[in-house]
Design a protein around this ligand. Structure first.
Ligand code: SGN
Ligand code: CA
Length: 495
């Protein structure tokens, strides 16, 4: 059973609340100027906010595989969303289950093979649906009525109430689909934001100059790459998209939807905006829907925190809020993720651990999704396998920074064109201020100084004033590739 570690006297439970594509810019605790997240902020207020939590590969499946294994994509084999997770490999879940923890995985999984290492699993197929979502369990498939964020929360609470064994510590992974594209708000929030104007980011009209070709060739522009009907809810109830949508929604949704959108949609269809006006219109509608999806995730967090309080579990339960990666909310004129630029490299990470984490604390050290597996094992007092590539966050959570904590971070994105959004493959290194990116399939580099250029709109690669940093980071990139055993990429063709 549970091994003798520093926490073994009363091994803590872990509730891991995960969302999909939730940008830190849309979290109150991170200083959002576009929305409020009072419940997610409860975790920050009673725990620690990580301001530099970087993902190893900013995309869904790879982030999940990284979290399970504590390894980079090239080690766990899940580099792109087209891969299949090799479920025979070690994961923190298997190890914790083997040590006596009760383990549950509920919600979005996206790793193709069935979950292993979980006593209970109830997952969405692939991306899942917002309304009337289908779920897969070991016993088969079921379609559930209602809105996906609510259904996942209900299932997680039901597991805590009915299936949890009080004599075992547990790990509950509650993994939301929201706020992933196609940004369909739930019934409670469908009217949110009507008539309000959301502030625009400084780089909404980015011209993609002074950088490599990669930013310019990516197809994730709010101005051009959004489909009005499927991305922005510009449809009528009797149009093909409208019919498809309302077929799945509960009674009453159509009225709420009509109150919220039909007038604006009619105006849009009569006289579609063009040029900058189109970008602005799309941005407003995109953000309105996205933030309404976030609002329900926030409600879900509130329900779970309330239950932990009421049940008395809160005291010995670590609660984590995290997203699989960051997201563009109009920065660089974009939606989606993938790039090593800040908005998608960083993901929100908030950790509450009563008696261990100082309430309201902030950590600026470089943390990562690759650290979570080791953190869970360490918190449980279990040994950390030598081949995991992250590091337990427990010292940081206790307010101490080990002298040899990482000063730099390696990133690698593999899902290049022709995959959706046509973002060139790249790898890179950052020390939190300077960032070197190598788009190796097109033979181009970028270097950013985040202090001088926080919006990352002017690469200083080959600028003599930055020659020292360029040289230093190139060496560091090589050093990290060697340390992390990244296979040589030199063979990749130059296009
Ligand atoms: C879908 C989305 C893309 C998104 C990928 C990956 N298109 O293909 O916009 O980048 O998922 O997202 S959609 O029209 O189907 O919404 S991820 O979070 O799973 O990596
Ligand atoms: Ca995602």
């Amino acid at each position: 059973m549970l091994s003798a570690g520093w926490a073994a006297a009363a091994p803590p439970n872990i509730v891991f609340i995960f969302s999909d594509d939730h940008a830190f810019q849309a979290v109150g605790a991170y200083g959002s100027n576009i929305n409020q997240t009072p419940n997610i902020d409860r975790i920050a207020n009673s725990g620690m906010r990580f301001d530099r939590c970087y993902v190893t590969n900013s995309i869904c499946g790879p982030s999940r595989a990284c979290i399970l294994t504590g390894k980079y994509s090239h080690k766990n084999g899940f580099r792109t969303n087209n891969d299949r997770f090799d479920a025979s490999q070690p994961t923190f879940a298997k190890q914790m289950q083997g040590a006596g923890y009760q383990t549950a995985m509920i919600g979005k999984w996206h790793l193709v093979s069935d979950p292993v290492g979980f006593d209970h699993w109830d997952i969405l197929p692939g991306q899942g649906r917002y309304y009337s979502p289908e779920f897969i369990t070991p016993a088969g498939r079921n379609v559930e009525q209602g809105y996906v964020t609510d259904v996942i929360t209900d299932k997680a609470l039901a597991w805590l109430k009915n299936d949890r064994q009080s004599d075992r510590p547990f790990v509950l992974m509650m993994q939301h689909k929201a706020p992933h594209r196609s940004w369909e708000p739930g019934p409670e929030h469908v009217g949110d934001g009507k008539g309000k104007t959301i502030p625009e980011p400084e780089t909404l009209f980015d011209d993609y100059q002074n950088r490599s070709d990669a930013a310019r060739t990516a197809t994730m522009r709010i101005s051009q790459n959004m489909n009005p009907a499927s991305d922005l809810m510009v449809f009528t109830p009797d149009s093909p998209r409208g019919k498809k949508f309302f077929k799945l929604t509960p009674e009453g949704t159509q009225q709420a939807w009509s109150d919220a959108y039909s007038e604006e949609n009619a105006a849009y269809m009569a006289d579609p905006p063009v040029g900058d006006a189109k970008t602005r219109w799309n941005y407003q509608r995109y953000l309105r829907n996205y933030l309404a999806c976030v609002a329900r995730v926030d409600d879900s967090v509130g329900r779970v925190l309330d239950y932990l309080d009421q049940s008395g579990l809160a005291e010995n339960t670590i609660v984590i809020y995290c997203s699989d990666q960051g997201f563009y909310l109009g920065e660089h004129g974009w939606y989606d993720k993938r790039f090593m630029y800040e908005q998608s490299l960083r993901t929100p990470l908030l950790v509450r651990w009563p008696g261990v984490v100082e309430p309201g604390s902030v950590c600026e050290q470089i943390a990562s999704n690759v650290d979570l597996a080791e953190t869970f094992l360490d918190a449980a007092g279990l040994p950390i396998p030598k081949d995991m590539q992250g590091r337990s966050l427990t010292p940081l959570l206790q307010g101490e920074t080990p002298d040899d904590w990482r000063k730099t971070f390696y990133y690698h994105y593999y899902e290049g064109p022709p995959a959706v959004h046509t973002v060139e493959q790249h790898c890179g290194v950052t020390d939190g201020r300077y960032k070197l990116i190598h788009f190796y399939t097109i033979g181009q580099w970028e270097l950013f100084d985040l202090q001088e250029d926080p919006n990352e709109i002017r690469s200083v690669y080959d600028d003599p004033a930055y020659a020292g940093h360029q040289e230093r980071l190139k060496k560091e990139l090589k050093r990290l590739q060697t340390e992390l055993e990244v296979p040589a990429i030199a063979a990749a063709p130059l296009r």
